[in-house]
Design a binder for this molecule. Structure first.
Ligand code: NAG
Ligand code: NAG
Ligand code: NAG
Ligand code: NAG
Ligand code: NAG
Ligand code: NAG
Length: 474
């Protein structure tokens, strides 16, 4: 190699090294959502240690939990905290209340905790029940919080709010992205103006998993997992842009919706994304295999420098937070809700993933094969069991049984004295019957087999003798 080439090579190598440490260290690492809806989660101090072990660069919490903030003080993690939905109206009408909130919740920890984003509310535009009570106060609350920060000379904390994909009425093709008409003018227009003026971000919760799982016959799984090949790229006829994955498509739909309101320059951050590592029998594609592939590819993609961005915003650098740190056993809803974690509650990894994105994909150990990428076709029942059955006692099971029997028509007739399922006359046998009876009636209306962690789906028919458990064919 001639000397000048060697010098150039060395220079380039150093340049790469410095840009990797400057940018890679400061911007590239994925953040993680640290939710706490579990009764078996590690302490805040241990959790901070675990954040290091997965290579996270930033962490987002769902409140301003003082124990967690204390544990984060003095660490390098960039931190995002949230203002609860319930107090948005008061912060919107009362600037002193906003100032007091900042003083109480941020004051003791800033700047020892590197707070970077203060998110006012969580997906409030997804709840039409909040339309009158809260939506009109969202932007005023953000303005008041922003002023309170400025008054305290806090300039490195951006104010935002998180929004689900249902803020859009259209998201396909991406170039047709548009906000719902009930929010576009009254909320989105002033919100985008605020985000633009304060150089903040539009924080979106973007889950290719949900888009794919609700439509697995028309969306390819590998397109949702970043592993699609070029023959399945999507060409958007409106923008003439080519898409290689669903994540980009979703973000560009948001960008297009913002563009329609004249705010196409507001940057996008992803407040939540991820893939569940397990779920109920009647859910599809929630497994360790897919979750690992999704999050590993996401980390690689976002660590790439120069930044990849999206087809509509090539090169855009985006803060992104994976959901979530732990499997949380008290999250209500279908089984996937309790299985988004990179870690089990005991701190061990559900699968290997390096959120810094430095680890090459081919260096990971092999994954277990996916066991539910096709819909399960057989019958399913719902019985006593579940993640929290070990903690069950007469009070908690009794309450769940009473709830189940109080819903629907004749839900528990068969376990009344003289009924075919009365015997064995035990709390657990009756609970199993009641959980199933409730769930078979309500599952199509969104009822879940959960009962605070005391119920689980099974493929095994629990019927016995003349006691018959109902079942719909899945
Ligand atoms: C506004 O908030 C401050 C601080 O929390 C409180 O003392 C005051 O009573 C509030 N004012 C109104 C009108 O609610
Ligand atoms: C909001 O207010 C409008 C007009 O007063 C009313 O029609 C609507 O039912 C209210 N919505 C809710 C969720 O309270
Ligand atoms: C893409 O995947 C399909 C189906 O797996 C395969 O038949 C095809 O050869 C692949 N194309 C390329 C360019 O890799
Ligand atoms: C942690 O919990 C998981 C899931 O329950 C289990 O498979 C694993 O063995 C546990 N690890 C340790 C070290 O206890
Ligand atoms: C039953 O469990 C609940 C929740 O785990 C607990 O709060 C309660 O004290 C327990 N009651 C009894 C009687 O053990
Ligand atoms: C019970 O059945 C009646 C008549 O079919 C129906 O109107 C009512 O809504 C049902 N109640 C519940 C709680 O499902």
């Amino acid at each position: 190699m001639p000397p000048h080439t060697e010098a150039t090579f060395l220079f380039l190598l150093l340049l790469c090294f410095f840009s990797a440490t400057a940018k890679g260290g400061r911007f590239a690492r994925l953040g993680i959502n640290y939710g706490t809806l579990g009764d078996d989660l590690p302490s805040a101090a241990r959790s901070v240690h675990l954040l290091h072990s997965i290579g996270a660069g930033a962490v987002k919490i769902y409140d301003a939990n003082p124990a967690i903030l204390r544990a984060l003080a003095g660490t390098r993690f960039r931190v995002s905290i949230m203002v609860p939905n319930e107090i948005i109206p008061s912060l919107g009408v009362n600037a002193s209340a906003a100032d007091a909130w900042v003083g109480t919740n941020l004051g003791p920890f800033y700047p020892a905790v590197r707070v970077r984003y203060l998110l006012v509310g969580n997906e409030i535009l997804s709840y039409t029940s909040l339309a009158n009570s809260t939506w009109p106060f969202l932007v005023p609350a953000m303005v008041n919080i922003h002023r309170a920060l400025s008054a305290r000379s806090i300039r490195d904390v951006k104010v935002g709010t998180t929004l689900a994909m249902d803020a859009l009425v259209t998201s396909f093709p991406p170039s047709a992205g548009a906000f719902r008409s009930d929010i576009a003018e009254p909320v989105m227009r002033p919100l985008l103006r605020f985000l633009h003026r304060t150089r903040s971000y539009y924080f979106v919760d973007a889950y290719p998993y949900f888009a794919w799982a609700s439509n697995p016959s028309s969306i390819r799984l590998d397109y949702a997992l970043f592993t699609s090949n070029a023959s399945f790229n999507y060409f958007d006829p409106g923008s003439k842009l080519t898409y290689t994955n669903l994540f980009d498509q979703m973000l560009d739909a948001v960008a297009a919706a913002m563009g329609r309101l004249g705010s196409g320059d507001v940057r996008i951050a992803v407040a939540e994304t991820g893939w569940p590592n397990a779920g109920d029998l009647d859910q599809i594609g929630a497994n360790v295999h897919n979750a690992a592939i999704y999050n590993r590819n996401l980390a690689r993609r976002l660590a790439a420098r120069p930044a990849v961005g999206t087809p509509a915003r090539p090169g855009a650098v985006m803060p992104v937070f994976v959901f979530s740190l732990y499997n949380e056993n008290q999250k209500p809803g279908p089984g996937t809700e309790r299985h988004w974690g990179l870690l089990y509650p005991n701190g061990s990894k559900v699968y290997e993933v390096d959120l810094s994105g430095r680890r090459p994909l081919d260096s990971y150990p092999p994954l277990p094969p996916p066991d539910n990428n096709e819909p399960y076709k057989g019958k399913i029942w719902c019985v006593f069991g579940g993640d929290r059955k070990a903690a069950a006692n007469a009070t908690t099971v009794g309450a769940a049984l009473a709830y189940a029997c109080g819903q629907g028509n004749g839900t528990c007739d068969a376990i009344r004295p003289g009924g075919p399922c009365y015997k064995p006359n035990t709390l657990l046998a009756h609970a199993s019957y009641a959980f199933n009876s409730y769930w078979q009636q309500f599952r199509q209306a969104g009822g879940t087999c959960f009962f605070d962690g005391l119920a689980v789906q099974t493929k095994t028919d629990p019927s016995y003798g003349t006691c018959k458990y109902a079942s719909l064919t899945n």
